[in-house]
Design a protein around this ligand. Sequence first.
Ligand SMILES: [Zn+2]
Length: 88
Amino acid sequence: MKFPVTCPECARETIGEFQIAVIATALITGKTLRLYSACHDLYWTATQVEREQLREYLAAISIDARERDDQPVESSDSTGASSVGGSV
Ligand SMILES: [Zn+2]
C-alpha cells in the first residue's frame, strides 16, 4: 500500500510504498516499524503518531474493500408486500 510519510530530514512529505502484511504485523505485535523516505534515502523507526496514522490507514483500506464487495448485492426489496393475508 502507498502511505504518505514525512521525511525527518527535510520534513517533506513523500509517498512511500509498504507491504500491508508487514505493517499489520508490526502494529499487532507492537514491533518497531521501519519507514523510508526516498528524498534522503533514509530509514527510520515509525513514531507513535505515525503508527496511529498507519493503523487508521489500514482500517480505511479494509472498510473500503468490504463496501465494494457488498454494493452489487443490493437489489429490489419491495416485492410481494401486499399479497399476504388478504382473505376475509
Ligand atoms: Zn528528505
